[in-house]
Design a protein around this ligand. Structure first.
Ligand code: NAD
Ligand code: DAU
Length: 337
């Protein structure tokens, strides 16, 4: 089985490639990634020299390149995207280009090459937000209501994927997952930003009022869910993936990180809120549990501690990531809040 993985040099894609090569001896993987600011081949250094793996630097919007690289592949697993909500607020155009047009190019090539499966990796943000005092949870057919340019571009990509199934019979599956955390998470996102800021002697910026809620899932649990959907998922179906642990507010997460690192709460800095901030996400993952036997195996608090330790042990990785373009981004994002 030969997989064409897009965005495999990013956070979840690199964890997925490592996971699949460990779990399946008979697999081959082509990793097609443009190496944007978020793509980093260092995330895959452990598999250097593995004969089952090949990297191709390329842009998913470039039809001819995608077509030549996808030749001979059986399954497409599509991670490549612009993924950070704050960047989508300051610069939405590239989100439409990559997440919408790029997905359409991939779908067209997959259709022409008659791949056996096109698996689209999407997000719970397409459903919008839940009020803090509500017990609502999203299910697969909850109405779409994206509220940020990022979420809107991912919603558009989900619709295109379904349209290619209905109109052209392309064999697709979709997963919409909650917030992931773990190794190689780019330090613009809350958990790695908080941990690395503290390790650098800085504060953790928390968007006011800090009571917003996310459903955090350890990245390997997400990778296993995708693997199961590839193996046993029904063509044309969508599966929601989330941990459904107790609710943690952003302030609680920041306090937990400070406790693990032995620092006091005065290291939290309340800053101006994100425009259009979705206050809460909540997934009901019963369908994938019931139909495919998936369960999250990593407890949030234990694995947050292990993740913090990973950042302590891999200072070279995040220090390199936090140099260059990151410095300009950080200044623009946090200086006037
Ligand atoms: P990431 O930003 O860490 O990685 C994105 C990768 O895509 C990078 O390697 C980048 O170089 C590549 N890429 C970007 N534009 C490209 C292009 N035009 N052509 C080829 N490659 C390109 O993202 P992530 O957090 O690993 O997310 C991966 C996927 O999972 C995304 O589709 C995202 O929407 C989805 N998702 C993420 C989360 C999360 O919590 N991070 C949760 C649910 C779903
Ligand atoms: O729900 C899945 C989504 O989770 C993915 O689709 C996205 O790709 C991924 O980036 C993530 O989106 P969020 O916006 O939830 O993640 P982020 O880490 O940016 O923010 C998590 C919460 O923390 C959110 O409520 C905003 C808040 N936050 C974030 C940053 C960067 C802060 O309070 N301070 C910060 O500096």
């Amino acid at each position: 089985m030969k997989l064409f993985v897009t965005g495999g040099a990013g956070f979840i894609g690199s964890n997925f490639i490592r996971y699949m090569l460990n779990e399946h001896s008979d697999i081959e993987i082509v990793n097609f990634d443009a190496l944007t600011y978020a793509g980093n081949l260092e995330n895959l250094k452990e598999i250097d020299g593995d004969g089952r793996y090949r990297f191709v630097k390329g842009d998913i919007c470039e039809y001819e390149h995608v077509k030549s690289a996808m030749q001979g592949c059986d399954i497409v697993v599509h991670f490549a995207a612009e993924s950070h909500v704050d960047r989508s607020i300051t610069g939405p155009a590239v989100f439409v280009r990559t997440n919408v047009i790029g997905t359409q190019v991939l779908l067209n090539v997959a259709k022409e090459l008659k791949v056996q499966r096109f698996h689209h990796v999407s997000t719970d943000e397409v459903y919008g937000m839940i009020e803090l005092d509500s017990k609502e949870e999203w299910v697969e057919d909850s109405p779409y209501n994206p509220r940020s340019p990022y979420a809107a571009s991912k919603a558009a990509s989900d619709h295109l994927v379904r349209a290619y199934h209905i109109t052209y019979g392309l064999p697709i599956t979709i997963t919409n997952c909650s917030n992931n955390f773990g190794p190689y998470h780019f330090p613009e996102k809350l958990i790695p930003l908080a941990v690395t800021n503290i390790l650098e002697g800085k504060k953790i910026p928390i968007y006011k009022p800090g009571n917003q809620v996310r459903d955090w899932l350890y990245v390997t649990d997400h990778c296993r869910a995708i693997d199961l959907v590839l193996e046993k998922g029904k063509i044309g179906e969508t599966y929601l993936v989330g941990s459904q642990h107790r609710e943690y507010t952003n302030l609680e997460v920041a306090r937990m990180i400070l406790k693990i690192l032995g620092e006091s709460e005065d290291k939290i800095e309340m800053v101006g809120d994100r425009p259009g901030h979705d206050v809460k996400y909540a997934i009901n993952a019963s369908k994938i549990r019931r139909e495919l036997g998936w369960e999250p195996e990593h407890d949030f608090e234990d694995w947050l501690e292990k993740t913090v330790q990973w950042y302590r042990d891999n200072e070279d990785w995040w220090k390199r990531v936090k140099s260059g373009e990151y410095q300009d981004y950080y200044k623009k994002q946090y200086s006037n809040r």
